[in-house]
Design a protein around this ligand. Sequence first.
Ligand code: KG4
Ligand code: ZN
Length: 343
Amino acid sequence: MKILAIETSCDETAVAIVEDGRKIISNTVASSFKLHLKTGGIIPEIAARQQVKYIIPVIHEALDKKKLSDIDILAITVGPGLNGSLLVGTEAAKTIAFVTGKPVIPVNHVIAHIYANWLDNNTVIEFPAIALVVSGGHTELFLMTSETKLKWLGGTRDDAAGEAFDKTARLLGLGFPGGPAIAACAAQYQISNIKYQKYKIRLPRPMMNDDNLDFSFSGLKTAVMREVIKLKSNQQFSNLVIQQLSYEIQESITDVLVSKTLKAATKFKAKSILLGGGVAANKRLSEKLKLGIGNWELGINLYIPPPNLCTDNAAYIASYAYFHNKPIPWQKIQAQPDLGVEV
Ligand code: KG4
Ligand code: ZN
């Protein structure tokens, strides 16, 4: 079964064709990300206008030489996301459905991130599994008892992990998106400055030891802000200090993510851990998860999609739709910016 999926929830215009939920036939992504570099964050109006500009060329490129008649079903991200951006994708999907008569499956973008683990991968994932979705807007833990059965276990009460990377990177003057910038800066510290002892900082690990599966990252941002103000007023805000702060920010975020994920895995006797979302591309996170699984002798298989499938694309939207094959009439498809994840 060939599914053509469209994803326009934020600043990426993405279209993919995936066969039987796993085999990627095409996966095209256009991004307006460079336009947002100057502002250090996404401006919804600009993102939506770029979606309008890219949507037809991206559909065209993803189809390559195929025709719409080669496609069995359509899948479309209906939310959560930016209203203007979502409207472009949902209206495009409705138009194709209207013209071709093909069924359309509405997809929750956040939950769909997990399904990147099935793409170009024939491994049989064992259940129960714990899935951690860590993106720019979400930090959510799910229990999966099969490919189709999910239960939300907990999530962030304020900022998401990706948001914490983005906001603290901005405070450090590292640019956008913050995750890769902080990771690169932290790596510099690890490589060259491990002996630099003059400046030491220990940031909080919010909610790490609380007896629940929720997260909170806004306190981390405040702690970094206070530190930066102090350093600047003492003329100590040097490159070396920025590198060490980046290192500690990454340690703090990954410590909390690993601790809560392993807590959930132990509680539900998980056989697998699945990661998804942009922050899943963080190498320190995967390193620590592997270490934790080994140290705790949990015997769990860890699945992390390759970086290009962790960040926003439409291939995992198609994969999710394959496993949750519930089409609805195109007239009922509508953008749902505030769509929840508490399934
Ligand atoms: O899933 P995604 O592409 O878009 C959303 O749905 O939000 O995630 C984007 C987020 C950004 O916050 C970005 O800083 C973060 O993923 N990110 C990373 C890395 N690559 C992207 N965070 C940490 N380390 C990375 N290597
Ligand atoms: Zn995403």
